[in-house]
Design a protein around this ligand. Structure first.
Ligand SMILES: NC(=O)CC[C@H](N)C(=O)O
Length: 223
Protein backbone atom coordinates (compact mmCIF):
# COMPACT_ATOMS: atom_id res chain seq x y z
CA UNK A 1 0.00 0.00 0.00
CA UNK A 2 1.23 3.53 -0.79
CA UNK A 3 0.62 6.06 1.96
CA UNK A 4 1.00 9.78 1.28
CA UNK A 5 1.64 11.93 4.35
CA UNK A 6 1.23 15.68 3.92
CA UNK A 7 3.59 18.25 5.40
CA UNK A 8 2.72 21.90 6.09
CA UNK A 9 4.85 24.59 7.73
CA UNK A 10 4.44 23.67 11.41
CA UNK A 11 3.53 20.01 10.95
CA UNK A 12 5.35 17.94 13.59
CA UNK A 13 3.91 14.43 13.36
CA UNK A 14 4.81 13.56 9.75
CA UNK A 15 7.80 11.41 10.70
CA UNK A 16 5.95 9.58 13.51
CA UNK A 17 3.17 8.86 11.01
CA UNK A 18 5.67 7.68 8.40
CA UNK A 19 7.34 5.46 11.01
CA UNK A 20 3.97 4.01 12.08
CA UNK A 21 2.93 2.96 8.58
CA UNK A 22 6.43 1.72 7.70
CA UNK A 23 6.31 -0.42 10.84
CA UNK A 24 3.18 -1.94 9.32
CA UNK A 25 5.17 -2.69 6.16
CA UNK A 26 3.76 0.09 3.94
CA UNK A 27 5.44 2.50 1.51
CA UNK A 28 5.26 6.07 2.73
CA UNK A 29 6.07 9.33 0.97
CA UNK A 30 5.92 12.79 2.50
CA UNK A 31 4.45 15.49 0.26
CA UNK A 32 5.06 19.20 0.84
CA UNK A 33 1.92 21.36 0.98
CA UNK A 34 2.90 23.46 -2.04
CA UNK A 35 2.55 20.46 -4.37
CA UNK A 36 -0.49 20.65 -6.59
CA UNK A 37 -0.64 16.89 -7.05
CA UNK A 38 -0.48 13.89 -4.79
CA UNK A 39 1.21 10.71 -6.08
CA UNK A 40 -1.16 8.98 -8.50
CA UNK A 41 -0.61 5.63 -6.77
CA UNK A 42 -1.73 6.86 -3.30
CA UNK A 43 -3.95 4.36 -1.49
CA UNK A 44 -4.31 6.58 1.56
CA UNK A 45 -3.60 10.25 2.26
CA UNK A 46 -2.82 11.14 5.86
CA UNK A 47 -3.03 14.73 7.10
CA UNK A 48 -0.84 14.48 10.19
CA UNK A 49 -0.74 16.34 13.48
CA UNK A 50 1.09 19.49 14.42
CA UNK A 51 0.68 23.23 14.38
CA UNK A 52 0.27 24.18 10.74
CA UNK A 53 0.93 27.92 10.36
CA UNK A 54 1.39 28.12 14.13
CA UNK A 55 -2.35 27.58 14.69
CA UNK A 56 -2.86 31.27 13.79
CA UNK A 57 -6.52 32.39 13.46
CA UNK A 58 -7.79 28.86 14.17
CA UNK A 59 -6.00 25.53 13.89
CA UNK A 60 -6.08 24.47 10.23
CA UNK A 61 -7.68 27.71 9.01
CA UNK A 62 -4.67 28.74 6.89
CA UNK A 63 -3.51 25.27 5.84
CA UNK A 64 -6.84 24.69 4.15
CA UNK A 65 -5.70 27.12 1.43
CA UNK A 66 -2.48 25.21 0.66
CA UNK A 67 -2.30 24.03 -2.98
CA UNK A 68 -2.13 20.35 -1.97
CA UNK A 69 -5.57 20.54 -0.35
CA UNK A 70 -7.22 21.00 -3.76
CA UNK A 71 -5.65 17.70 -4.83
CA UNK A 72 -6.77 16.05 -1.58
CA UNK A 73 -10.33 17.28 -2.11
CA UNK A 74 -10.36 15.90 -5.67
CA UNK A 75 -8.90 12.61 -4.40
CA UNK A 76 -11.57 12.35 -1.68
CA UNK A 77 -14.31 13.24 -4.17
CA UNK A 78 -13.14 10.28 -6.27
CA UNK A 79 -13.56 8.03 -3.21
CA UNK A 80 -9.91 7.99 -2.06
CA UNK A 81 -9.22 7.31 1.62
CA UNK A 82 -8.14 10.28 3.73
CA UNK A 83 -7.22 10.24 7.43
CA UNK A 84 -6.75 13.42 9.47
CA UNK A 85 -5.04 13.09 12.84
CA UNK A 86 -5.34 15.94 15.34
CA UNK A 87 -4.22 19.02 13.37
CA UNK A 88 -5.04 16.94 10.30
CA UNK A 89 -8.61 16.54 11.60
CA UNK A 90 -8.75 20.31 12.16
CA UNK A 91 -7.57 20.92 8.58
CA UNK A 92 -10.20 18.52 7.18
CA UNK A 93 -12.90 20.37 9.15
CA UNK A 94 -11.70 23.73 7.84
CA UNK A 95 -11.63 22.28 4.30
CA UNK A 96 -15.22 21.06 4.82
CA UNK A 97 -14.23 17.51 3.96
CA UNK A 98 -15.70 16.69 7.37
CA UNK A 99 -18.66 18.37 9.08
CA UNK A 100 -18.46 20.48 12.24
CA UNK A 101 -15.81 22.74 13.75
CA UNK A 102 -13.17 22.74 16.45
CA UNK A 103 -13.16 25.17 19.39
CA UNK A 104 -10.55 25.79 22.08
CA UNK A 105 -10.58 23.17 24.83
CA UNK A 106 -13.17 24.02 27.45
CA UNK A 107 -10.49 24.60 30.13
CA UNK A 108 -8.45 26.72 27.64
CA UNK A 109 -5.36 24.60 28.34
CA UNK A 110 -3.26 22.41 26.09
CA UNK A 111 -3.98 18.83 27.17
CA UNK A 112 -1.37 16.10 26.68
CA UNK A 113 -2.08 12.67 28.19
CA UNK A 114 -3.12 9.11 27.52
CA UNK A 115 -6.87 8.89 27.00
CA UNK A 116 -9.24 5.97 26.60
CA UNK A 117 -11.55 5.96 23.61
CA UNK A 118 -14.63 3.89 22.96
CA UNK A 119 -15.27 2.45 19.52
CA UNK A 120 -18.81 3.50 18.56
CA UNK A 121 -18.91 2.17 15.02
CA UNK A 122 -16.68 -0.27 13.13
CA UNK A 123 -18.72 -0.42 9.94
CA UNK A 124 -16.03 1.50 8.09
CA UNK A 125 -12.58 0.98 6.63
CA UNK A 126 -10.75 2.67 9.51
CA UNK A 127 -12.06 0.80 12.55
CA UNK A 128 -12.98 -2.51 10.96
CA UNK A 129 -10.29 -4.32 13.02
CA UNK A 130 -11.82 -3.04 16.29
CA UNK A 131 -14.93 -4.22 18.16
CA UNK A 132 -17.85 -1.91 18.88
CA UNK A 133 -17.61 -0.96 22.57
CA UNK A 134 -13.88 -1.77 22.65
CA UNK A 135 -11.67 0.61 24.64
CA UNK A 136 -8.48 1.92 23.10
CA UNK A 137 -5.68 3.68 24.95
CA UNK A 138 -4.42 6.47 22.69
CA UNK A 139 -2.56 9.71 23.52
CA UNK A 140 -4.17 13.10 23.01
CA UNK A 141 -2.24 16.39 22.68
CA UNK A 142 -4.21 19.45 21.67
CA UNK A 143 -5.48 22.88 22.63
CA UNK A 144 -8.32 23.03 20.10
CA UNK A 145 -10.04 19.67 20.41
CA UNK A 146 -13.48 20.80 21.51
CA UNK A 147 -15.54 19.36 18.67
CA UNK A 148 -18.75 21.21 17.88
CA UNK A 149 -21.60 20.53 15.50
CA UNK A 150 -25.10 21.99 15.64
CA UNK A 151 -28.07 19.76 16.53
CA UNK A 152 -29.20 18.87 12.98
CA UNK A 153 -25.65 18.01 11.99
CA UNK A 154 -25.22 15.85 15.08
CA UNK A 155 -28.40 13.94 14.27
CA UNK A 156 -27.11 13.34 10.74
CA UNK A 157 -23.82 12.02 12.13
CA UNK A 158 -25.71 9.47 14.25
CA UNK A 159 -28.20 8.60 11.51
CA UNK A 160 -25.38 7.83 9.07
CA UNK A 161 -23.08 6.00 11.50
CA UNK A 162 -20.47 8.76 11.32
CA UNK A 163 -19.68 8.97 15.05
CA UNK A 164 -16.72 6.60 15.26
CA UNK A 165 -14.96 7.27 18.57
CA UNK A 166 -15.89 8.88 21.87
CA UNK A 167 -13.79 9.68 24.93
CA UNK A 168 -14.23 7.37 27.91
CA UNK A 169 -12.44 6.43 31.14
CA UNK A 170 -10.59 3.19 31.81
CA UNK A 171 -13.84 1.47 32.82
CA UNK A 172 -15.60 2.57 29.64
CA UNK A 173 -17.70 5.30 31.30
CA UNK A 174 -18.15 8.52 29.32
CA UNK A 175 -15.35 11.04 29.74
CA UNK A 176 -14.81 14.45 28.23
CA UNK A 177 -11.33 16.00 28.37
CA UNK A 178 -12.03 18.99 26.13
CA UNK A 179 -15.76 19.81 26.03
CA UNK A 180 -16.59 18.05 22.75
CA UNK A 181 -20.26 17.57 21.88
CA UNK A 182 -21.33 14.09 23.06
CA UNK A 183 -17.69 13.28 23.97
CA UNK A 184 -16.92 12.87 20.27
CA UNK A 185 -13.26 12.08 19.50
CA UNK A 186 -13.51 10.93 15.88
CA UNK A 187 -15.90 11.01 12.93
CA UNK A 188 -16.08 10.23 9.22
CA UNK A 189 -17.89 11.73 6.26
CA UNK A 190 -21.18 10.34 4.99
CA UNK A 191 -19.44 8.38 2.22
CA UNK A 192 -17.08 6.82 4.81
CA UNK A 193 -13.84 7.52 3.01
CA UNK A 194 -12.69 10.60 4.97
CA UNK A 195 -11.83 10.11 8.66
CA UNK A 196 -10.75 12.51 11.40
CA UNK A 197 -9.82 12.06 15.04
CA UNK A 198 -8.11 14.18 17.67
CA UNK A 199 -6.16 11.34 19.39
CA UNK A 200 -2.85 10.12 17.90
CA UNK A 201 -2.87 6.42 16.91
CA UNK A 202 0.61 6.85 15.38
CA UNK A 203 1.91 7.51 18.92
CA UNK A 204 0.48 4.22 20.19
CA UNK A 205 2.41 1.68 18.13
CA UNK A 206 4.52 -0.03 20.84
CA UNK A 207 3.43 -1.24 24.27
CA UNK A 208 6.86 -0.28 25.69
CA UNK A 209 5.89 3.35 24.93
CA UNK A 210 2.54 3.07 26.73
CA UNK A 211 0.18 1.42 24.27
CA UNK A 212 0.07 -0.38 20.95
CA UNK A 213 -3.67 0.13 20.45
CA UNK A 214 -2.92 2.41 17.49
CA UNK A 215 -1.76 -0.62 15.47
CA UNK A 216 -5.23 -2.11 14.99
CA UNK A 217 -6.61 1.31 14.09
CA UNK A 218 -4.09 2.00 11.34
CA UNK A 219 -4.22 -1.64 10.21
CA UNK A 220 -7.81 -1.05 9.16
CA UNK A 221 -6.49 0.78 6.10
CA UNK A 222 -4.20 -2.03 4.99
CA UNK A 223 -5.33 -3.75 1.83
N1 LIG B 1 -0.95 17.45 18.24
C1 LIG B 1 -1.50 18.27 17.37
O1 LIG B 1 -1.74 17.94 16.22
C2 LIG B 1 -1.83 19.63 17.87
C3 LIG B 1 -3.17 20.07 17.39
C4 LIG B 1 -3.47 21.55 17.41
N2 LIG B 1 -2.47 22.32 16.81
C5 LIG B 1 -3.93 21.97 18.76
O2 LIG B 1 -3.13 22.28 19.64
O3 LIG B 1 -5.10 21.95 18.96
Amino acid sequence: MNVTVLQFPGTNCEFDTKYAFERLGQNVSIVWHEEEQIPANSDLVVVPGGFSYGDYLRSGAIARFSPVMKAVKAYADRGGYVLGICNGFQILLETHLLPGAMKRNENLHFISKHQYLKVENNDNHFLRKCEVGERLNIPIAHAEGNYFIEEDGLKMLYDNGQVLLTYCDKDGNPDNPNGSVDNIAGICNKEKNVFGLMPHPERAMESILGSDDGVKMLEGFLT
